[in-house]
Write a protein that binds this ligand. Structure first.
Ligand code: SF4
Length: 508
């Protein structure tokens, strides 16, 4: 269970035949389904041409249900009524940069008297050259930024390009933006005509898909959100493309040639919902193959003393598959307490936090040799506590950690919450992340740090095999220290300098 967070999820809904007075109940369902991508805040902008405020934005801190006040039905109904409209976009956020206050919740709306200049914008990703773009903007006459976030900079950059007397050409706008931006951006915007524009960066770091439901256009970061509405014909927005919903027409257009995609491997390992299919690859099947390969490369001589325990929940497909291949039972030695949720009164003791979040079943693990399957190790704190929990409280005889991902040896600059080298578990031991023999050797030291009896990672080549995509189509930056964009590589140098100087602040 990786102890990191995704930055955001985005959604959009548009009634194409104008038969639907409001799409907000659908938007709410979509937001619930992408909520795993961000639980710090949620928000929406709705379009209704019969209101004075053609676009109206509502956003707040909290989970989707907290923001929509579903525990107070009259309040919830009032929110749905006030924001009713045939088109809407929405967002869930986890902060990788910027503070935890309401003003950072998205969408960001920018009002204007001209309908194409009045728009709302929501964003999933991270712009690696954000600081450069911010400085460029502030050098221009009379610019001021209210928030420290790439979303606001992007808004201003788009707004400048909308500053024409003619209705805008969005292909041209995003083509020009692509020349300036380095990083990951799956985004959605809606103007006061009710036009919706989805865009996915040329690398396709973050997923984005769309489909149709009885005359309604529906889009979301992940396909599980569409599937749960009953949509089966789901299309990925191609990298470097925009999808424009204009009136009752939907068109997909290329704004920047995608020389080489860089889909984030971590979506398959941990972030994406297990029911999602990203760029035609099933997340569940990828995780299952990761477990099968772990079993095929296992060197332990297993017998009836062994059981496999997957760390809930994202490790379950890999754990079950590994157990099946080894002919061992996959058992719930650790059970997640589903009712804990987010809590601010649990204190800072990591072991106590883990005991609050999970229950170890002594009946299952006592006296057993455990093959503990986890999706990844990022900072290592969670893994250490789980190993200790299994041994001290559960009475496990041995704990052998098997990780369905190679060692995370470098930060992410594209929207995953791990921005420094010093916060990561593996880099201090692993010098050459491309040398499998070196990693195997270092695993003895790393296992000891975790308190485990042994540790083994999936290799990079086996991860690629499990995902089922050519290596050159994946981002492997945090595994290889080689990033797919120039600013990614530049920020890695900054991260290294910060580590060497003992600075523990964020790299970006
Ligand atoms: S650096 Fe790692 S986490 Fe970040 S986009 Fe690339 S693969 Fe994903």
């Amino acid at each position: 269970m990786a102890d990191v967070k995704e930055e955001c999820g985005i959604v959009a809904v548009a009634s194409l035949d104008n038969k639907h007075e409001t799409v907000i109940p659908i938007l709410y369902r979509l937001l619930l389904n992408v909520q795993s991508r961000g639980q710090l805040s949620a928000g929406m902008t709705s379009f209704n041409k019969d209101r004075d405020f053609i676009l109206r934005t509502y956003r707040n801190l909290g989970s989707v249900n907290e923001v929509f006040r579903t525990s107070r039905p009259p309040k919830c109904r009032a929110i749905l009524k006030k924001h009713a409209g045939p088109r809407a976009i929405g967002h869930v956020r986890y902060a990788t940069c910027g503070a935890d206050d309401r003003t950072y919740a998205q969408p960001f709306e920018r009002r204007h008297g001209k309908k194409w200049k009045w728009f709302s914008y929501a964003f999933n990703g991270n712009i690696a050259n954000y600081k450069v773009l911010k400085d460029d903007l502030l050098k221009k006459k009379d610019y001021h930024l209210t928030r420290d976030t790439d979303t606001e900079v992007l808004m201003h950059m788009i707004a400048r390009k909308l500053n024409t007397e003619e209705k805008p050409d969005y292909v041209k706008i995003f083509r020009e933006l692509a020349d300036d931006l380095d990083g990951a951006y799956s985004s959605v915007m809606m103007n006061a005509f009710g036009d919706i524009i989805l865009a996915r960066d040329p690398h396709g770091f973050k997923p984005l898909c769309y489909g149709y439901l009885d005359g309604i256009f529906v889009a979301a970061s992940e396909s599980n959100a569409l599937l749960n509405l009953g949509i089966h014909d789901i299309r990925d927005v191609k990298p470097g493309h925009i999808v424009i919903v204009n009136g009752n027409k939907v068109s997909e257009k290329c704004f920047a040639k995608s020389e080489k995609t860089s889909h984030c491997m971590f979506e398959y390992v941990y972030f994406a919902n297990v029911c999602s299919t990203l760029d035609k690859k099933s997340v569940y099947m990828a995780r299952t193959r990761m477990g099968q390969i772990l079993a095929q490369t296992e060197s332990l001589k297993v017998n009836d003393d062994f059981i496999v325990v997957p760390v809930p929940d994202s490790s379950k497909p890999a754990g079950d598959a590994m157990a099946f291949e080894l002919g061992l039972p996959s058992m719930e030695g650790i059970v997640r307490n589903r009712f804990v949720g987010r809590t601010f009164i649990e204190g800072s003791d990591r072991f106590e936090k883990i005991r609050n979040k999970f229950t170890v079943l002594r009946k299952v693990v006592n006296g057993k040799k455990i093959i503990l399957v986890d999706d990844s190790i990022v900072r290592g704190n969670t893994s250490k506590s789980i190993v200790r929990y299994l041994k001290e409280v559960g009475g496990a005889k041995e704990v052998h950690m098997r990780i369905a991902c190679p060692p995370i040896v470098a930060p992410c600059f594209y929207g995953i919450d791990m921005s420094t080298i010093s916060e990561l578990f593996a880099p201090s031991a692993i010098n050459d992340p491309l040398d499998d023999a070196h990693i195997k050797e270092k695993c003895k030291q790393l296992a000891a740090e975790l308190g485990a009896d042994s540790l083994r990672y999936l290799t990079i080549s086996n991860l690629i095999k499990a995902i089922g995509m050519p290596r050159e189509n994946l981002c492997l930056g945090c595994l290889t220290r080689v990033y797919p964009t120039p600013y990614g590589n530049q920020l890695y140098k900054v991260a290294k300098t910060n580590r060497d100087n003992g600075s523990c602040g964020r790299t970006y």
